[in-house]
Design a protein around this ligand. Structure first.
Ligand code: MSP
Length: 511
């Protein structure tokens, strides 16, 4: 039994566009890590959802002609459906337009205002709507465009409320330097440290209603709404019922793991801990940062080039698990290529030819030689037992930790274990043994070994291939993986004698 809870979050996504592969990635990784943590015996609370305030959502809503609330509802539902189609098992769907969230945002604003740490002043700067942020010269390219959005930010001069965050700069730097695990991987920890080389500007926390109306009104000044980032970051607390629900906050907050891509580390690793410090709330436990999906050949995905990978299209062709597996295996800390063809190749090749082929050959032959049911079977011959020990050793090396190094390691382990089992099956050639009347015992031994190998592989693969794992295990008469509150111990032997072997053997239909 593992008492520690795990709180896993994703960014909440802007609803000004439809969900794409990048959004899907972070939410799928949160789901993979949720399942990994559950298999380690943790209780998990995992959240994902939509960020529905601010200028760019407002502009998109206006353009849609639907009216603001219907537009937000439609877009949030699109994200939710896209993630459900990928088997993302979130425990809460976040919407910043939900009343309980807005209540928490007001509570933060009122507290900071009452403490006198907010200042009102005029500010002139270059505003990028894409980033929903004021930009400094160093954030722009030679032509004065935002490095991320390649659009020219607008010169904006207005009165706003600000939070002095410069006072936390030394504290923050010290924390990052002394706790290397806090921001993972190191590459992004260093990136954040570099951002701290410059003195921190006061953080603008409001927008005048004359410019942006879609937001939470400041409780102490009705002419302003809260700045969208300030509002959105608070979801990580409001999801837990902060500030009223002290028990839930105490239960989950100390284990908060924030997942995100590299684009939003400044707001998360600088603004957010300063906001929390100002509130007297401890910082999150860890930041887990991944790179960006780009088109094949490392070109940016764009509608004009036609290389955009749409989750729905991939799922319709290949099912959710092949996409989950591809993303889990291939994303590291930098940019990684994805295309329909690359996912298809993974589906047909690594999954279909290796794991899928092994499964169908073994289960079909076993069903024939065992008359459709798992037999009673004693100790295995040493060579056969050796295979299972090797497979267990492969999975023992994959630590069940909430880290972005876990999904690729697990996906690779699944393939390595399947290759070993395939080789073993091929070498033992049970289809030949089946033709020799005096080889019945040897045949049964090999077949039980291969089935046990598949059972272990599909239990271990559950976080990355949940639907396939369910199907494969059930078809072999085994229990599917479900959270039990205790760690799942992989054992060499676990088939249930008498259980029937089903006919659901085509796991990755060739496309
Ligand atoms: N609304 C803010 C986040 C507020 S969180 C308190 C926002 N939204 S976003 O819609 O732009 O989503 C950004 C996030 O989407 C990235 O950090 C990442 O998780 C995911 N991705 C978007 N495009 C991506 C890729 N091309 N590749 C990988 N992930 C990317 O920022």
């Amino acid at each position: 039994m593992n008492d520690a809870g795990m709180y896993i979050t994703t960014p909440i996504y802007y609803v000004n566009a439809d969900p794409h592969i990048g959004h899907a990635h972070t939410s799928v990784m949160a789901d993979v890590l949720k399942r990994v943590a559950q298999m380690a015996g943790h209780e998990v609370f995992m959240t994902t959802g939509t960020d529905e305030h601010g200028q760019k959502n407002q502009e998109a809503a206006d353009k849609s002609g639907l009216g603001t609330q219907p537009y937000l509802d439609q877009q949030s539902a699109r994200f939710r459906t896209a993630f459900e189609e990928l088997d993302v098992g979130f425990d809460m769907w976040v919407r910043t337009t939900d009343e309980h969230h807005k209540q928490a945002v007001r509570a933060v604003l009122s507290r900071l205002h009452a403490e006198g740490v907010l200042v009102k002043k005029r500010y002139e700067g270059l505003y990028c709507t894409g980033c929903e942020m004021f930009k400094r010269d160093v954030d722009l390219d030679e032509q004065g465009r935002c490095n991320d959005h390649l659009t020219t930010p607008e010169l904006t001069s207005e009165e706003n409320y600000f939070l002095r965050i410069g006072v936390y700069q030394d504290w923050l730097r010290d924390k990052i330097e002394t706790q290397p695990e806090w921001i993972q991987p190191d590459k992004y920890r260093h990136a954040v440290l570099r951002m701290l080389d410059e003195p921190l500007d006061d953080l603008c926390i409001s927008r005048p209603k004359s410019r942006v109306s879609l937001g939470v009104e400041l409780p102490f000044d009705p002419d302003f709404v809260c700045y969208v980032w300030f509002d959105a970051l608070i979801n990580y607390l409001s999801n837990l019922g902060w500030p009223e629900d002290e028990d839930r906050v105490a239960r989950w907050w100390p284990s908060a793991h924030h997942l995100m891509a590299k684009d939003i580390i400044k707001t998360h690793c600088i603004y957010w801990p300063c906001m929390l410090e100002a509130l007297g709330v401890a910082p999150p436990k860890a930041y887990l940062v991944h790179g960006y999906w780009v088109g094949e050949g490392n070109v940016k995905m764009s509608k004009t080039i036609g290389n955009v990978v749409t989750p729905r299209a991939v799922i319709e062709e290949l099912g959710p698990d092949s996409l989950r597996f591809y993303m889990a295996k291939n994303m590291r800390t930098g940019d990684a290529p994805i295309s329909n063809e690359l996912v298809r190749r993974c589906h047909n090749g690594e999954l279909g030819n290796n794991l899928g082929n092994l499964y169908s050959r073994v289960v079909k032959l076993a069903a024939r030689v065992f008359d459709g049911a798992i037999p009673e079977h004693g100790a295995l011959a040493p060579a056969n037992q050796g295979l299972l020990d090797e497979i267990l050793a492969i999975f023992a090396k994959v630590e069940r930790t909430v880290s972005l190094e876990t999904p690729p390691a697990l996906a690779q382990a699944v393939l390595d274990a399947a290759s070993l089992a395939n080789q073993h099956f091929f070498d033992a050639a049970p289809w030949k043994l089946a033709k020799q009347p005096d080889a019945a015992a040897a045949l049964a031994d090999v077949m039980v070994t291969s089935l046990e190998a598949l059972r272990i592989i599909f239990i271990a693969a559950h976080p990355v291939l949940p639907a396939t794992s369910d199907r494969a295990l059930r078809n072999m008469g085994c229990e599917a993986v479900r959270p039990t509150g205790s760690a799942w111990v992989l054992e060499a032997r676990g088939l249930v004698p008498g259980a029937s072997l089903g006919e659901d053997t085509l796991l990755f239909a060739r496309v």
